[in-house]
Write a protein that binds this ligand. Structure first.
Ligand code: ATP
Length: 233
């Protein structure tokens, strides 16, 4: 596994938000973690990127224990998170937001920019507009593009469908799927279980801080418990 999480616990004071969570993502894999509001999805991503402390358990990346590594060291290792709510620099242009993504790695980002525009043609059209004036779906594209500009070894996506109209949700998930086809390793955390599991190689279900199910994306979509709890079927 490229990213391997074993027995991870995380607390907010006395709230036990993650309870012995074990998940893994292999190189080139698209793995989805689904769960309801408050299940601990964001906490898991925060613990993976190092802004939240693990109270026990280990996180290994490419065989190296990174559990105590600082957030910026993890970024330097290639672990990039696209945060929920996107956090773009609204007044800056789309292109400047994208360029910022390549800042830490240095070098000339022009080729990478062209790749982003090929993936999200609408961003090329709007490249001189302030990012804050774009629609929610387009801002999500900028956020994903900005993370990709850093050439991540694993991309952590926090609820990319959040607040988007159904049509745009489809567009974003198509983009995530296309990204996977280019070989990018992706860990996708989502409340929209259907959309996430439909494109995932494997999936996990997180319930009140615990992993309760894991299987292929396809098998989870067909699972009766998943259908009842998350797909409203
Ligand atoms: P959402 O979809 O709403 O983002 P989530 O699955 O990401 O939900 P988390 O935000 O990780 O869930 O929250 C997991 C648990 O930890 C919840 O019980 C939540 O109330 C609690 N929690 C989250 N952040 C904090 C905090 N800063 N202080 C205290 N408790 C918190």
């Amino acid at each position: 596994m490229l990213l391997e999480v074993s027995g991870l616990d995380s607390h907010y004071g006395r709230i036990h938000a993650l309870k012995s969570v074990s998940v893994g993502v292999a190189e080139g894999e698209l793995v989805a973690l689904v769960g309801a509001n408050g299940a601990g999805k964001t906490t898991l991503l925060r613990t993976l990127s190092g802004v939240q402390t693990a109270t026990s358990g280990t996180i290994k990346f490419d065989g190296v224990d990174i559990t105590r590594m600082s957030p910026h060291q993890r970024v330097a290792e290639g672990i990039l998170q696209v945060p929920e709510g996107r956090q773009l620099f609204g007044p800056l242009s789309v292109e400047d937001n994208l360029r910022l993504g390549a800042f830490r790695r240095g070098g000339n980002p022009d080729q990478d920019l062209e790749r982003m525009y090929a993936m999200f043609p609408i961003l090329k059209q709007k490249r001189h507009q302030p990012a804050g004036t774009l629609s929610g779906g387009q801002q999500q594209m900028v956020a994903i593009g900005r993370a990709l500009m850093a050439r991540p070894r694993v991309l952590l996506l926090d609820e990319p469908s959040m607040g988007l109209a159904p049509l745009l949700v489809g567009e974003i998930f198509n983009a995530v799927q296309a990204l996977k086809r280019t070989g990018t390793t992706i860990f996708l955390v989502e409340q929209n279980a259907y959309a996430a599991l439909a494109i995932a190689d494997r999936g996990y279900v997180l319930e009140t801080g615990e992993i309760t199910l894991t299987d292929s994306g396809e098998a989870l979509l067909a699972n009766d418990r998943v259908k009842q709890a998350y797909l409203g079927l």
